[in-house]
Design a protein. Structure first.
Length: 168
């Protein structure tokens, strides 16, 4: 919808007489002005402040829970690292003790310790063999001459306890 405006024609530059004056004419100039849209009623706005605050509280809660979980994980990892180092120390100590046991069980060390306490090697070794009836027979170890020498018993029993050598 265009608005109309009325403008007067320009006057002549000299005013000599009223008769010479031209009659005033009016011209119509159309000016385009923007038109307003039709107005309508809008529903009232929902309160967004409560939604924003609730959203911020939820985000803060999630961040706090994530930080707490991360703290728990770091603490648990620290405990695991401490336990693993204790296990490694225990394994190293176990290996050192196993080596010490092997050294203590060695026949050379046992002989040296026995000699240090005054024990001497016997000239003759006697083996005792239990019999079925509860007694025992004794036999000597092989002597340096190369033969076996029987000290006691009838000689038909073997060192493993069986009368015929079968072991039972």
């Amino acid at each position: 919808m265009a608005a109309t405006r009325t403008a007067l024609a320009p006057l002549p530059s000299h005013r000599s007489s009223a008769a010479l004056r031209a009659p005033r004419t009016t011209r119509t100039i159309e000016v385009d002005t923007p038109t307003r849209p039709d107005l309508r009623v809008v529903p009232p706005r929902r309160p967004t402040g409560a939604i924003v605050v609730a959203s911020l509280v939820v985000v803060f809660g999630v961040l706090l829970a994530t930080a707490a979980l991360n703290t728990m994980l770091v603490s648990g990892q620290r405990d695991l690292d401490r336990i693993e180092s204790e296990i490694q120390e225990g394994e190293q100590r176990n290996q050192a003790l196993a080596l010490q046991v092997a050294q203590m069980e060695s026949p050379e060390r046992i002989v040296d310790a026995a000699e240090a306490q005054g024990m001497v090697e016997p000239d003759e070794v006697i083996w005792l063999t239990p019999r079925v009836d509860g007694g025992s027979d004794s036999m000597t170890a092989p002597n340096d001459a190369g033969g076996d020498e029987t000290i006691a018993g009838d000689g038909d029993e073997r060192a493993d306890g069986g009368p015929d050598g079968s072991g039972g």
